[in-house]
Design a protein around this ligand. Structure first.
Ligand code: NAD
Length: 527
């Protein structure tokens, strides 16, 4: 959402609180309709091993089948067999499949977005935005299918040519988190497919329906374009299903998105069998607010970055490091905006903050707020449960704004909920020190009108994150850039720029057309 849109909403006094919530029955009907429209055969996927649930009411929708270990093995083998064919299909022909997927996602945007709201609780505009992100990465990948460039280099030997070629890697295991239930798969799958790889997707156990819908749309695109069947397999299950992909020798690359805890288990296991990983893990993102910052822009951007998606983005703004000259004003304006934020049913147009994914997330938020107070912080606004009468089993909460006297243990952790800690600084070196003094390194920003300060923040001794912004909040990346973070965020890169290279293997080729043996480095082996 652009900052201006957010601003007009928060600054308008009297925006009503959302008090009613859709019924679980309405949500179930909506989910079944969306699945059917996307081509999912409900009878084939229903079962009693998993439960589809909605955070909108906190209630179960229906039971689903899960994949057995033998079923997961079969899915990996089928994807591997499809790879043997797909790897020699010309890349632009592979692009045609992804083009069709993008068209189908465009035609079914409303339905996929419905499922994102049903399962992840995202407000309508963010759910539609997530599907748009899938369409955008398909566009990118189609172009990429004609641009998988290798380099040529001058050979030191006469009559020789030296070059690099890029080849498909194999089956990519995609493990995804609940909070971007479809975009993360698309970032991986669209790029992997044009690179000549095939995909086995283990979605979050909290969001199986979105995965079934996307997979059905891709299956349709596969059938329509004549691509090999089984290019993309969905396997449903919990962490143990992910572990099976992690340990499979037929999966050369595991792209895993989720908590740092998960990455700590996945990374070493894949490395132990010399597999590759793309790890996209937790963030603890901060923005610096300099005295010269445009405070209207800053407050609007900060409210979206911190409270949008109910604080459940890996790029959510969790720390605001504000210059002492403007901190009181910034806190006052943020608090006013926070008090007015419409928290409620994400299906309703007026809502800006939907539910947390479950009760456990709310409990962790409360625990962090208690710890922040013990560590000397003050909760200025928020943290209180909302809509208890309308949706007693759902986890609605007012986003919390907390001033902290100094860096502390709780501030250095990622709490996956809408808690924004405000810290104060006096000079930019101190701000950058505070900024970098966390284990995570995903996204960052500085709000300033001083170009020197902005450049310092972007420089080698500035922010240590994978994403560094100026006059923009920490969330809401575009697909054109490579996405990912440093330190405990895992170091992976996905999506745009040259992130595709992680999905291919590189071969260095030297061709001798001289008719003579010539060794490199002047070595003479003739007698
Ligand atoms: P999670 O770690 O609980 O689960 C993520 C996925 O990993 C799920 O599919 C889960 O089943 C699987 N999993 C868990 N343990 C596993 C194991 N040992 N082996 C294999 N698979 C395993 O995360 P979540 O609660 O779904 O998502 C929230 C977290 O994800 C936050 O920390 C957030 O910052 C992070 N996240 C990061 C990015 C990014 O791009 N950096 C994007 C989205 C979310």
């Amino acid at each position: 959402m652009p900052a201006e849109t957010a601003g007009t909403r928060h600054d308008r006094p009297g925006v009503g609180m959302v008090t009613a919530v859709s019924s679980t029955e309405d949500i179930r009907v909506r989910a079944e309709n969306a699945l059917a429209r996307c081509g999912v055969e409900l009878a084939a996927v229903k079962g009693d091993a998993l439960t589809a649930r909605t955070p909108v009411t906190g209630h179960d929708l229906f039971g689903l089948r899960a994949d057995t270990p033998a079923g997961i093995d079969r899915a990996v083998e089928a994807a591997h067999t499809a790879f043997l064919d797909w790897r020699t299909t010309p890349a632009p022909v592979r692009g045609a499949l992804v083009k069709r997927l993008g068209e189908l996602l465009t035609e079914h945007k409303e339905y996929v977005a419905d499922l994102v709201t049903v399962e992840a609780g995202k407000i309508r505009s963010e759910a539609l935005g997530e599907v748009q992100e899938m369409i955008d990465i398909c566009d990118f990948a189609v172009g990429l299918s004609r641009q998988l460039y290798g380099r040529t280099m001058p050979s030191e030997r006469p009559g020789h040519r030296l070059m690099e070629t890029w080849h498909p890697l194999g089956v990519v295991g995609v493990i995804s988190a609940f909070n971007f239930p479809v975009a993360v798969w698309a970032w991986n799958a669209a790029v992997a497919l044009v690179c000549g790889d095939t995909v086995v997707w283990k979605p979050s156990e909290l969001t199986p329906l979105t995965a079934l819908a996307c997979s059905a749309l891709l299956d349709r695109a596969i059938a329509e374009t004549g691509a090999p069947a089984h290019l993309n397999q969905v396997v449903l299950g919990g962490a143990e299903a992910g572990t099976q992909l992690v340990d499979s020798p037929l999966v050369p690359l595991v792209s895993a998105t989720g908590s740092t805890r998960m990455g700590r288990e996945v990374g070493p296991r894949v490395a132990a069998r010399f597999g590759r990983t793309v790890l996209e893990l937790g963030g603890n993102n901060a923005a610096v607010v300099a005295p010269s910052a445009d405070l209207d822009l800053t407050v609007n951007a900060a409210v979206f970055a911190a409270a949008g998606t109910a604080g459940q983005r890996c790029t959510t703004l969790r720390r605001l490091i504000v210059h002492a000259d403007v901190v009181d004003t910034v806190v006052e304006r943020l608090a006013a905006a926070y008090r007015r934020l419409p928290v409620g049913d994400p299906f309703q147009e007026s809502t800006l903050v939907g539910p947390l994914v479950n009760e456990a997330a709310l409990a962790r938020m409360r625990e962090s707020l208690d710890r922040a107070v013990q560590e000397g912080g003050t909760v200025v606004v928020g943290g209180d449960r909302q809509l208890q009468d309308a949706a007693p089993d759902a986890a609605y909460v007012r986003p919390a704004l907390v001033t902290m006297p100094a860096q502390s243990a709780v501030v250095r952790e990622e709490t996956f909920a809408p808690v924004l800690y405000v810290l104060t600084y006096r000079d930019l070196d101190e701000a950058i020190r505070l900024h970098n003094d966390v284990p995570q390194g995903l996204s960052s920003g500085i709000f300033t009108a001083d170009q020197g300060e902005a450049e310092r923040f972007l420089a080698a001794d500035g922010a240590d994150c994978g994403i560094v912004n100026v006059n923009i909040g920490t969330s809401g990346a575009e697909i054109g850039g490579a996405f990912g973070g440093e330190k405990e965020t895992g170091g992976g890169r996905e999506s745009g720029s040259d992130a595709w290279r992680a999905y291919m293997r590189r071969a260095t080729n030297t061709v001798n057309y001289s008719g003579r043996v010539a060794l490199a480095q002047g070595v003479d082996f003739s007698r």
